[in-house]
Design a protein around this ligand. Structure first.
Ligand SMILES: [Zn+2]
Length: 145
């Protein structure tokens, strides 16, 4: 099941993409973070969370917000399938810290970059999706629909 989704990539609904990008812009130059809700290989909505990290270039999802996201996913007959955060000044790829602190092997990690050169690559340059398991990173093809 998981294998199939990895091979075919993931779909991100336009509304979820817009929510993530707006959240990233409103928190910049600090990083933003939140949860991704969806099912069957599709990210249907984004749930902005508070960033508990004191360091502007790191993120820590507020645990209460994480719980709220799980709760609202259940109410929608959906699931929390991933976590997102922003990179105001770097590319949409996991940092060494992101890899070291990735605690959810079943979560899709989505990173959105606000670096101006990321926009020249279109949406694919702005947003990246990754599985991060035991310190190894696998890129996931994201399609915005
Ligand atoms: Zn990061």
């Amino acid at each position: 099941m998981v294998r199939e989704i990895e091979d075919s990539g993931m779909v991100v609904l336009r509304e979820a993409f817009d929510t993530i990008l707006q959240h990233a812009e409103s928190e910049s130059p600090c990083e933003c973070c939140g949860l991704l809700l969806g099912r069957n290989g599709k990210i249907e909505s984004a749930f902005p969370a508070r960033n508990d990290s004191q360091d502007p270039s790191r993120y820590r999802v507020n645990p209460e917000d994480h719980f709220s996201a799980i709760h609202s996913a259940r109410a929608l007959d959906s699931q929390v399938v991933g976590v997102y955060h922003s990179h105001p000044n770097s590319k949409a790829a996991p940092s060494a810290t992101d890899i070291a602190e990735a605690n959810y092997p079943d979560y899709l990690y989505v990173i959105v970059s606000l670096r101006s050169d990321s926009f020249t690559d279109g949406e694919a340059g702005i947003m990246g999706g990754f599985w991060i398991r035991d310190g190894s990173v696998t890129s996931v093809d994201l399609r915005i629909e």
